[in-house]
Design a protein around this ligand. Structure first.
Ligand code: ADP
Length: 259
């Protein structure tokens, strides 16, 4: 750690990691990081050995969402020791830079940083490593698609047209890169009024399901706009760590991911 990470040529898949699943989106703000954190926690609760790599280099939110602070140590200056939170082995570019500092790296440096996150972090034995991607179709995604030997990617979108249009572009990139699309997750699908119980489709409806059908990939889940989910994320204890209906919804999605 420290200094500028240098790009490396060789493909990287941490030796003890059985499966790598990335979580992407077309746009920011659709809940990709929230879904990543909660799926990681849900998988850990099901007894899986889970790692979560926050690769959202421009807006790393996992340290906050997972309630992890402190800096990962590197006793020998080479191998980086990740943190653990809610039973999940966690590493984030956000743990390496100060929270208020912007990351202004160019492509080759980003590639070096990503390779360092995969190759130099002591991930140990993992059933699955989830990677929270940056939104869109940039250098980090391309690097990971070509070098990380990912088993698949999940794309999160809201039902809103502007989100879906960009989600399609992300899906197109993953198809082009031959990274299998495991399925789509519709987040912020509807809002149920806690006072009267009526349901409101604030960002529209059905778009993500239609897209999944068109692409011939599963719709893995449909998650509502939920105040508790937001509060839990802000508090650093993902909602999936609890027992309520949202935790059950994440548990159902998680069950299908790792056979
Ligand atoms: P992204 O990773 O796509 O940029 P985030 O996961 O950071 O999105 O989510 C953006 C904001 O929306 C966060 O404040 C998060 O707590 C909130 N959020 C995400 N999903 C939900 C949801 N289903 N219900 C309510 N708030 C949500």
């Amino acid at each position: 750690v420290g200094g500028h990470p240098k790009p490396q040529a060789e493909p990287l898949r941490p030796a003890g990691v059985k499966k790598i699943i990335a979580i992407g989106s077309g746009k920011g703000g659709v809940g990709k990081s929230t879904v990543s954190a909660n799926l990681a926690v849900a998988l850990a609760k099901q007894g899986r050995k889970v790692g979560l790599l926050d690769a959202d280099i421009y807006g790393p939110s996992q340290p906050r969402m997972m309630g992890a602070s402190g800096r990962p140590g590197s006793p020998d200056g080479k191998i980086i020791e990740p943190l653990t939170a809610h039973g999940v082995t966690l590493m984030s570019i956000g743990l390496m830079v100060e929270e208020r500092k912007a990351v202004v790296w160019r492509g080759p440096m980003l590639m070096g940083a990503m390779q360092q996150m995969l190759g130099q972090v002591n991930w140990g034995e993992l059933d699955v490593l989830l990677i929270d991607l940056p939104p869109g179709t940039g250098d980090v995604q391309l690097t990971l698609c070509t070098k990380a030997e990912m088993d698949g990617v999940i794309v999160v979108s809201t039902p809103q047209d502007v989100a879906l249009i960009d989600a399609r572009k992300a899906l197109d990139m993953f198809e082009t890169m031959k990274t299998p699309v495991l399925g789509l997750i519709e987040n912020m699908s509807f809002f149920t009024c806690p006072d009267c119980g009526s349901s409101h489709e604030i960002f529209g409806n059905g778009g993500v399901a239609d897209e999944a059908k068109e692409m011939g990939v599963p719709l893995l889940g449909t998650l509502p706009i939920d105040l508790e989910t937001r509060l839990a994320g802000d508090a650093g204890t993902p909602i999936a760590a609890g027992e309520g209906p949202m935790a059950q919804a994440y548990a159902r999605i998680a069950e299908g991911l790792v056979a």
